[in-house]
Design a protein around this ligand. Structure first.
Ligand SMILES: C[S@@+](CC[C@H](N)C(=O)[O-])C[C@H]1O[C@@H](n2cnc3c(N)ncnc32)[C@H](O)[C@@H]1O
Length: 195
């Protein structure tokens, strides 16, 4: 898929040729979660957003090899794409697995989960839609929890259950999760639901 220029709001019914629950993954990397989850949930539709060309091409190839009709991937900046192209109250679930932590102090403003981007996610979620996050980076996790807590009028915390596409011992079933589990790194998860 392409980022429409000039930007227009997406029509998911046109994109997938049906009306089904919509899941968007931000920073899909090589597409491991997208492919596994889409295979387990054929009755839902998945969009991955990835800005790195190398990972995007890897994921496109993988989706093609599995012949999946319920997945699309777009190479663009998720901040702009969600704000410009995702309609209000249209998404069932946003998935953020191992978002870039930007550990240096001067780079922290590049982190995706901040006040403004969370407002965009809330706008785009359907009522009772969810945001699911996993990270190995404790300090970013604290920031994420505090951003979500500051939106307590719109978001409530719910249990983070493992994804259907995850293997035993995994929470999400993404490439980075597999790598970090092998390194015995701690993995922090949180899920919130739109009130
Ligand atoms: C650490 S990797 C995690 C990949 C995958 N979610 C996983 O768990 O294996 C983070 C990914 O997010 C992508 N990314 C970071 N910021 C992004 C943005 N604003 N829009 C789209 N992709 C982004 C990066 O290119 C990278 O592939």
């Amino acid at each position: 898929m392409e980022h429409p220029n000039p930007p227009v709001k997406l029509n998911f019914g046109d994109i997938f040729g049906r009306l089904a629950p919509i899941h968007i993954e931000i920073g899909s990397g090589k597409g491991t979660f997208l492919v596994n989850q889409a295979r387990c949930q054929p009755n839902a539709d998945f969009i991955g957003i990835e800005w790195a060309g190398k990972f995007y091409r890897f994921a496109v190839d993988r989706i093609g090899r599995w012949n999946l009709t319920n997945v699309r991937i777009i190479r663009t900046d998720a901040v702009r794409y969600i704000a410009e192209c995702v309609p209000d109250s249209s998404v069932d679930c946003f998935h953020f697995y191992f978002p870039d932590p930007w550990p240096k102090k001067r780079h922290k403003k590049r982190r995706f989960i901040n006040d403004a981007n969370t407002d965009q996610l809330i706008r785009a979620l359907k009522p009772a839609g969810t945001i699911r996050v996993a990270t190995d980076f404790a300090e970013y996790f604290e920031q994420i929890k505090s951003v979500f807590a500051s939106k307590a009028d719109c978001l409530e915390q719910i249990d983070f259950l493992p994804n259907a596409g995850a293997q035993i011992g995994e929470w999400v079933g993404s490439n980075f999760e597999r790598k970090y589990l092998m390194e015995n790194r701690p993995i922090y998860t949180i899920a919130v639901r739109k009130k």
